[in-house]
Ligand binder design. Structure first.
Ligand SMILES: C[S@@+](CC[C@H](N)C(=O)[O-])C[C@H]1O[C@@H](n2cnc3c(N)ncnc32)[C@H](O)[C@@H]1O
Length: 358
């Protein structure tokens, strides 16, 4: 069998202005009455490694549950979209992605994969790996911030699925979540789809355990953001002077991760020529992780110019994958109607061939 050469290109949008963005976010976040930092700064090489470790913790159910849903439904998702391109936002290490790429390869439609992540290491590593694994695959990696650089996604060359997995959409506050979903919806053609992974509202004890694993990996991941500030902004955070806090806010239905100052302290951030004071017990919010219901996902989709065409979940209804179509796109197809359509097309082709031969 002849092998078709796979190709890789990488577009990096972070080099020019990433340090400024971090500086502004830190100045802005630390000046607030309740200090906070955007979660994207977790993901340096060490943060990405720690996130992979979190995914292996027995308490952290989202990754294996989402993988299970994809194992059951990837083929159907691909059949529903006939996509030749997979654009993955916050792609990370593309373990679950392979299930979709395999289904696209099996359907004979796979052409291009576009991983988009703020972490340079994961984009480069996954681009190299997948190029070797999939014959003829074109990989176009984007190193950037999907809140600022969505325009880096190349124009579609066929129908595409944009995937946003891992429940990462839950990291947005509700208003910016809808704004972000709207910016994705604007990029979808009538035949394109967004596949959105969301963690669902559940027993608070299960949620609490997932973000407070016994091995302390989530705590190390949380504290690592201070190491990022030390390195990037010449700050002098003492990581042992902060502790990891994660709890479920039952009213807002989101997990909050925070870092609590163990004592009164002053931290110098040399590159910003500033000193930040923390009171004993003062907390810095580092991540929100909103939990969803089917209703909340449908409402977000509707407010963002999309509709939920299919809703896939696991037997415990712990996690969900929603296939979203542009609101004014064509009516949703069912797997049965797709099979019927394929069968009709097949017999029509046969009749036509029969006619030619006869
Ligand atoms: C929770 S992890 C999920 C990774 C993977 N999609 C999964 O499901 O396992 C979030 C990923 O999004 C990336 N990320 C976070 N904020 C980002 C941003 N603003 N722009 C681009 N990537 C971002 C991180 O580097 C990380 O790889």
């Amino acid at each position: 069998m002849t092998q078709i050469r796979s190709t890789v290109s990488i577009d990096s949008r972070l080099e020019v202005d990433d340090e400024d963005a971090l500086a502004f976010d830190v100045l802005d976040g630390f000046a607030r009455a309740f200090k906070e930092l955007p979660p994207k700064y977790f993901y340096d090489a060490e943060g990405s490694r720690l996130f992979e470790e979190i995914c292996k913790q027995p308490e952290y159910y989202p990754t294996r549950t989402e993988r299970g849903i994809l194992e059951r439904h990837a083929e159907e998702i691909v059949a529903l979209t006939s996509a030749s391109e997979l654009v993955e936002l916050g792609s990370g290490v593309p373990t679950k992605t392979r299930l979709l790429l395999d289904a696209m390869a099996a359907a004979g439609t796979l052409d291009r994969y576009v991983p988009f992540d703020v972490s340079e290491g994961v984009v480069r590593a996954s681009a190299e790996q997948l190029m070797e694994e999939y014959d003829g695959l074109r990989v176009h990696g984007i190193i950037g911030d999907y809140e600022r650089h969505l325009d880096a996604v190349p124009p579609s060359e066929g129908s595409r699925i944009v995937v946003f997995l891992g429940g990462t959409i839950g990291n947005f506050l509700p208003g910016s979540r809808r704004r972000f979903l709207r910016s994705i919806a604007r990029e979808l053609g009538p035949d394109d789809r967004l596949l959105l992974g969301t963690d669902l509202v559940k027993d608070p004890a299960v949620l609490h355990a997932a973000y407070n694993d016994a091995a302390g990996v989530t705590a190390a991941f949380n504290l690592n953001v201070l190491a990022v500030l030390n390195r990037e902004l010449a700050a002098d955070f003492d990581l042992s002077a902060f502790e990891h806090v994660a709890f479920f806010d039952t009213e807002r239905e989101w997990i909050e991760m925070r870092l609590r100052s163990r004592c009164e302290q002053r931290v110098s951030i040399e590159r910003l020529e500033t000193v930040v004071a923390f009171g004993a017990g003062e907390e810095l919010r580092t991540e929100l992780s909103a939990k969803f219901t089917h209703k909340r996902i449908s409402a977000d989709a509707a407010a963002s110019g999309m509709r939920v065409e299919r809703f896939f979940t696991d037997p415990d209804e712990s996690f969900a994958l929603s296939l979203c179509a542009p609101a004014d796109g064509s009516a949703p197809a069912t797997l049965e109607s797709l099979k019927a359509r394929t069968a009709t097309a097949g017999s029509r082709r046969q009749r036509c061939l029969g006619g030619q031969l006869g």
